[in-house]
Design a protein around this ligand. Structure first.
Ligand SMILES: [Zn+2]
Length: 420
C-alpha cells in the first residue's frame, strides 16, 4: 500500500516524462527534414552570388543548369546622342523641332535625285534656309540595339536578316520614310527616280560599316556603272550568298572610301565616311542590296535584309487588285491596334514592267515593307484604287509579318470606316 502510494506519483512522472518525450518526438519528427543541412557536392564557378543556382542545385543536384550571373547596372541608362562635328554653319534647332519618334515623323532631308523639289512637308520652321548640316544635327532618339545578324527566326526559314546596318546604332540607321525602297517620292506631280535603295541621312564624316563580310570589289569616285549619281561608292561582294546566288551591298554618296578595292572586310569594319557626293541635296548613305547580279536591275528591299532591333519586327505585304496583280504606288497605313493611332505609312513599289524595276523578294513577293515595327498587333490599311481594304496582323520580334491585301478577300478587320 505504501509502495503503491509512493509509486503512484512516480508512475505519473514516468508517464509525463514518456508523454513529454513522445510529444517531443512527434514535434521533432516532421521538422527533421527541414533541419537537414544542404551539403553542396561541389562549388560551381557560376554559382557565386547566385542564390537561384543554389535552389536549382538542391533540387536537381549535378544535373542543374548553371545560371549566368548578370551584373546589375549601378548607373541610370543615358541615351546616346550624335556628337557635334563642331562646324558653325548649322542652324540650331529649337526643342519643338526635335522629333520625338524617329520612325513616325519626318526628317527634313532631301534624298538624291537630279530634279529635287524643295522639301515642303515637315520642314523645320526656323524661317532661315535649312541646310543639311543643320537638319542632320538633330539628336537621334534612343534606339534599341539591333539583334545579331545573321538572323532567321521564321519557322519556315523564309527570313534572311543576314546584314547588320551600315551605320552605328547612335546614328540614323533606318531608311528615310518618305522615300522608301521602290518609291518615286512623296510628290505626285514631280516624281523622283524610283528608289533602288534606302537613304540614311547622317552628317558628313559619319562612319559607314560593312553590312557583312566579303571582298571590296569597287571603291572609288566618279562614274559607277555608267552613272554619276552614286558619287563615291563602295561595293562589297559577300562571301556568303543567297540560295546559291551571290550577294552585294552598295554604299553610295560617300565623302571618302577608306578601303581599297580587293581587300577583305568583316561585318562591322569601317569602310567609308558619309558624304554628299553624286546627285544629292544632303549628306546621307544610300544603301542597296543586290542579289544574283551586281546591277541596278537586281536590287531588293534592304529592310528585308538588315537585322531588326530588339523588340521589333518587319511588316511585308502584297497589295493586289481583284485580279491578283500588284498595285503600284498605293498608300499603305499601319495602325497600332491597341491605340488606333497611325504608326507608319508607306507606298507600294512603283513597277513599270521594264528591266529597271526594283525586285520583290524571291520568298515574299512583296510590294511594300515597313521596318522597325515594335512587336504587337496592327491593322494594315491599303487604298486600292479608291477602295479601302484592311487586315490585322501580329508582329513578332526579329521576324517578318506578311500580309496580302486584296479587294476580293474578306477583311479580317473591323467594318470599314469610310469617313477617313
Ligand atoms: Zn538613295
Amino acid at each position: 500500500m505504501r509502495r503503491s502510494q509512493s509509486s503512484f506519483p512516480a508512475l505519473i512522472l514516468t508517464l509525463l516524462a514518456l508523454g513529454g518525450f513522445g510529444a517531443l518526438v512527434m514535434y521533432k519528427a516532421p521538422s527533421q527534414p527541414l533541419l537537414q543541412p544542404v551539403v553542396p557536392t561541389e562549388v560551381l564557378p557560376a554559382t557565386s552570388g547566385n542564390s537561384w543556382q543554389e535552389v536549382l542545385q538542391a533540387g536537381f543536384g549535378d544535373n542543374s543548369t548553371p545560371l549566368p550571373t548578370v551584373a546589375i547596372p549601378t548607373e541610370a541608362f543615358v541615351a546616346p546622342t550624335l556628337v557635334s562635328s563642331g562646324d558653325t554653319n548649322a542652324i540650331p534647332l529649337g526643342p519643338s523641332e526635335i522629333e520625338v519618334n524617329p520612325f513616325a515623323t519626318a526628317t527634313p532631308f532631301s534624298p538624291s535625285t537630279p530634279t529635287l523639289p524643295p522639301p515642303t512637308a515637315a520642314v523645320v520652321s526656323t524661317g532661315a534656309p535649312v541646310t543639311a548640316q543643320a537638319v542632320t544635327r538633330q539628336p537621334v532618339a534612343w534606339q534599341p540595339p539591333p539583334l545579331v545578324a545573321p538572323l532567321s527566326r521564321d519557322a519556315l526559314g523564309r527570313d534572311h536578316y543576314w546584314f547588320q546596318r551600315p551605320v552605328d546604332s547612335d546614328a540614323t540607321n533606318y531608311g528615310l520614310f518618305y522615300y522608301p525602297f521602290g518609291s518615286d517620292g512623296p510628290n505626285e506631280e514631280n516624281v523622283w527616280r524610283i528608289h533602288h535603295g534606302i537613304d540614311m541621312p547622317n552628317p558628313v564624316g559619319q562612319t559607314v560599316r560593312a553590312a557583312g563580310s566579303g571582298t571590296v570589289i569597287w571603291a572609288g569616285d566618279g562614274v559607277y556603272q555608267n552613272s554619276p549619281s552614286y558619287g563615291t561608292v563602295v561595293v562589297i561582294e559577300h562571301d556568303f550568298g543567297y540560295r546559291g546566288e551571290p550577294l552585294y551591298t552598295i554604299y553610295a554618296h560617300l565623302s571618302a572610301a577608306l578601303v581599297p578595292r580587293g581587300v577583305y572586310v568583316n561585318a562591322g569594319d569601317v569602310i567609308a565616311l558619309v558624304g554628299e557626293t553624286g546627285l544629292v541635296s544632303g549628306p546621307h548613305v544610300h544603301f542597296e542590296v543586290r542579289v544574283n547580279d551586281n546591277h541596278y536591275r537586281s536590287t531588293y528591299n534592304p529592310v528585308l535584309w538588315m537585322v531588326p532591333y530588339v523588340g521589333h519586327g518587319v511588316i511585308a505585304g502584297r497589295v493586289v487588285d481583284a485580279f491578283g496583280d500588284l498595285v503600284s504606288d498605293a498608300d499603305v497605313t499601319v495602325k497600332r491596334w491597341s491605340t488606333g493611332l497611325i504608326h507608319d505609312t508607306t507606298t507600294t513599289y512603283v513597277l513599270q514592267d521594264n528591266e529597271l524595276d526594283v525586285r520583290s523578294d524571291p520568298v515574299w513577293g512583296e510590294n511594300f515593307v515597313v521596318g522597325d515595327v515594335p512587336v504587337g498587333r496592327y491593322e494594315i490599311i491599303a487604298n486600292i484604287r479608291g477602295e479601302r481594304v484592311s487586315k490585322i496582323i501580329d508582329v513578332y520580334e526579329g521576324t517578318t509579318a506578311f500580309v496580302e491585301i486584296s479587294p476580293v478577300q474578306p477583311a479580317t478587320a473591323q467594318p470599314v470606316d469610310n469617313d477617313e
